[in-house]
Design a protein around this ligand. Structure first.
Ligand SMILES: NC(=O)c1ccc[n+]([C@@H]2O[C@H](COP(=O)([O-])OP(=O)(O)OC[C@H]3O[C@@H](n4cnc5c(N)ncnc54)[C@H](O)[C@@H]3O)[C@@H](O)[C@H]2O)c1
Length: 255
């Protein structure tokens, strides 16, 4: 799919992986709407790239419907959706006193990372399904969600995070199969450890230790590397119903 001139929605576009993907999409000529709860970040990226920042909590049914309508009024129907909004909850299932930790905590990770991505995908794909295809392959658009290598190697404390990201991977294939009749592709990127505020807010020793655990290149991944894979997935029509790990061969240890 040729990105130039298309409308794109990037959730979590106010920071990290989403922000850099928004920049690279804009550099390729896309009209980009950034959906985020972090308006400071979203406004900054929007003004940098000539995009549109829309305050939106991806877990809200009405909020996402309204944000997609606003993006559509400004840019036309989005053909590209990048689900990069997310949180990384970390808590053991049983605390040090032997009590089960809060159910709300587990739920929050599932709600934002999984239900939020489904919410945006379903509403954006419904709009895409109604408009004309854009090329000889009869493509109407693409949805890319952001999982994690914690799908397969979740560490102690990552029950909610890993379950939410595995859920994303799980829904990707049925979605890709359902949307074949509309020419909408669905893919997932599972990053390893990336240098974004999600990680740079952790103590420096933790970041250094994570970076050293990556076999090659021995460092954290960059937002540029994530964004370039997202761009390639959009441009390469044959990548569909697929999850690609982007991790420098990292396999996370138990803790
Ligand atoms: N950084 C990593 O190492 C790494 C590794 C694997 C997966 N990921 C995933 O990549 C995605 C992007 O993470 P990042 O590293 O860029 O983190 P980040 O914290 O820099 O950005 C995440 C963005 O999502 C937004 N967000 C959070 N909750 C939201 C909600 N309810 N509605 C709308 N926006 C919301 C935040 O405000 C923020 O702007 C996340 O899904 C994360 O789980 C990151």
């Amino acid at each position: 799919m040729d990105i130039n001139g298309l409308s794109a929605i990037v959730t979590g576009g106010g920071s990290g992986l989403g922000a850099e993907t928004a920049r690279q999409l804009a550099a390729k000529g896309a009209k980009v709407a950034l959906l985020d709860v972090n308006m400071e970040g979203a406004n900054a990226v929007a003004s940098e790239i000539g995009g549109l920042a829309i305050e939106c909590d991806v877990t809200s049914d009405e909020g996402v419907a309204s944000a997609i309508a606003q993006a559509q009024a400004a840019h036309g129907v989005a053909r590209i959706v990048i689900n990069a909004a997310g949180i990384a909850p970390a808590k053991r299932i049983i605390d040090r006193e032997g009590n089960a930790t809060s159910l709300d905590y587990f739920r929050k990770g599932i709600e934002i990372n999984l239900v939020g991505a489904y919410n945006v995908m379903s509403k954006a794909a419904a709009e895409m399904s109604k408009v004309d295809p854009i090329n000889d392959d009869n493509e109407r658009g693409i949805v890319i969600s952001t999982g994690s290598i914690a799908t397969q190697e979740g560490q102690v404390g990552q029950a909610s995070y890993s379950a939410s990201k595995m859920g994303l991977m799980g829904m990707m294939l049925p979605a890709a199969r359902e949307f074949t009749r509309f020419g909408i592709r669905v893919n997932t990127i599972n990053p390893g450890v990336f240098e974004t505020p999600m990680l740079t807010n952790m103590p420096q020793e933790v970041q250094d230790s994570l970076g050293k655990q990556v076999p090659f290149p021995v460092r954290l991944g960059t937002s540029d590397e994530y964004a370039r894979l997202a761009i390639h997935m959009i441009e390469n029509a044959y990548i569909n119903g697929e999850t690609i790990r982007l991790d420098g061969a990292m396999r996370m240890a138990a803790r």
